[in-house]
Design a protein around this ligand. Structure first.
Ligand SMILES: Cc1cc2nc3c(=O)[nH]c(=O)nc-3n(C[C@H](O)[C@H](O)[C@H](O)COP(=O)(O)O)c2cc1C
Length: 319
C-alpha cells in the first residue's frame, strides 16, 4: 500500500490554516478548507472570504463549498478562484454535512436525496472552474437509502474529478462503529475517477483495512488528526512497514506550542488563544498528572499564559 495519499479531512471549526500547516509538516499529502457557504460568497461576506483563503504553501489545498443552488455554487467557484492569491488545487462540493441547520436548507447531505440537483450543481461548478471539481459525500441518507455508488456515478458523469466517501449515512451522524466499508467499496467499483475513503481511520491497521477492503485510491483522516498531526507519519510508516517511534510528550507539547503560535499569527492573539483552547485540550488529552493544569488551558486569555501552562504540563509529566 505504498504511495497512497493521505489527506486531512475538512473540519469546520478545526481544520483552519494553522491545523492544515501542522498536518502538512507531519505528512499530510493535501488538505481541504473548512466548508464555506456559497450563499455567503454571493452576499460577499468578509468572514467567508477569510475562511476560504489559502496561505503561502497551501497549493495542495482544496476549497470546500456548500450550498444547493447551482448558480450560487458556480458563482462561489468563480469568485473564490479570482480572489485567491494562492489558487486552490480543486473545489470540493459538500454533500455530506449532517447538521440540521445545513440539511434543512437543502445543503450538505440533503443533496444525497436529490441526485438530479447534485448532478446539476457539479455540472455548474465544472463549467466555470479552472481547477478540478470534487465531491465529498456520505454513504447515503439512512440505512434504507445508501445510494453513494449511484451518486458517485452521477457526479462522475457531470464532470467531477474525484469523490470522497465518508462511510456513514446522514442518520449515523458520527456514531462510533457505524462506518460501512462495503458501501465505500461499491462506490469505488462503480466509477473510474479516484475514490477517497474516509471514516474512523486512526492508525496503520485501520488504514490498511480500509484500503484493502475498498480498493480506494487515497484516504482522508479527520478526527484522529485533532491534537495529533503526527498521525499522518504514523499511518504512512505503518502502511509501508517501516519502524515508527511515537512522539514523546515533549514533542507533542512542542507541536501544541507551534500550533498555538500559528493560530495567533493567522487570527491575532485574542481569537488565536480562544480558538487554541480546544486544540490545546486535544494535544494534552491523556497526558498523565496534568488534569488540573489542562483545565486551566480553558480559561487562559493570553498566549504567554497558555504557553506557561503547557510548560508546566511538560514539567509535571517529567516528574
Ligand atoms: C468538527 C468536525 C467538523 C467537520 N466539518 C466538515 C466540513 O466542513 N466539511 C465536510 O465535508 N466534512 C466535515 N466533517 C466530517 C469530516 O470531514 C469526516 O468526514 C468525518 O469526521 C469522518 O472522518 P473521521 O472518522 O476520520 O473523523 C467534520 C467533522 C468534524 C468532527
Amino acid at each position: 500500500m505504498n504511495g497512497k495519499k493521505l489527506f486531512l479531512a475538512p473540519m469546520a471549526g478545526a481544520a483552519d490554516g494553522a491545523m492544515r500547516q501542522m498536518c502538512r509538516e507531519h505528512g499530510a499529502d493535501g488538505c481541504v478548507t473548512e466548508m464555506v457557504s456559497a450563499a455567503a460568497v454571493w452576499y460577499k461576506d468578509k468572514k467567508t472570504f477569510a475562511l476560504a483563503g489559502l496561505g503561502a504553501g497551501e497549493e495542495d489545498c482544496a476549497v470546500q463549498i456548500f450550498g444547493h443552488e447551482p448558480h450560487m455554487i458556480a458563482n462561489a467557484v468563480k469568485v473564490l478562484y479570482e480572489k485567491a492569491s494562492v489558487k486552490p488545487r480543486a473545489f470540493d462540493i459538500n454533500m455530506g454535512c449532517p447538521v440540521k441547520k445545513v440539511v434543512s436548507n437543502g445543503d450538505g447531505s440533503a443533496l444525497m436525496r436529490d441526485p438530479a440537483l447534485a448532478g446539476a450543481i457539479v455540472e455548474a461548478a465544472v463549467k466555470v472552474s479552472p481547477v478540478p471539481v470534487t465531491v465529498k459525500m456520505r454513504t447515503g441518507w439512512d440505512k434504507d437509502h445508501k445510494n453513494c455508488a449511484e451518486l458517485c456515478r452521477t457526479v462522475q458523469e457531470c464532470g467531477a474529478s474525484a469523490v470522497c466517501v465518508h462511510g456513514r449515512t446522514r442518520e449515523d451522524m458520527y456514531l462510533p462503529g457505524t462506518v460501512d466499508i462495503e458501501s465505500i467499496a461499491k462506490a469505488k467499483a462503480a466509477v473510474g475517477i479516484p475514490v477517497i475513503a474516509n471514516g474512523d481511520i486512526t492508525d496503520g491497521k485501520t488504514a490498511l483495512r480500509m484500503l484493502e477492503m475498498t480498493g480506494a485510491d487515497a484516504l482522508m483522516i479527520g478526527r484522529a488528526a485533532l491534537g495529533d498531526p503526527f498521525v499522518f507519519e504514523k499511518i504512512r510508516a505503518e502502511l509501508e512497514g517501516l519502524p515508527y517511534k511515537e512522539p514523546t510528550v515533549k514533542e507533542r507539547l512542542d507541536a501544541a506550542r507551534e500550533h498555538l503560535l500559528l493560530l495567533i499569527q493567522l487570527k491575532g492573539e485574542r481569537t488565536g488563544v480562544c480558538e487554541g483552547r480546544k486544540h490545546m485540550a486535544w494535544y494534552t488529552k491523556g497526558m498523565a498528572g496534568s488534569a488540573s493544569l489542562r483545565k486551566k488551558l480553558n480559561s487562559a486569555v493570553s498566549a504567554a499564559e497558555m504557553i506557561n501552562i503547557l510548560d508546566e504540563i511538560e514539567k509535571d509529566t517529567q516528574i
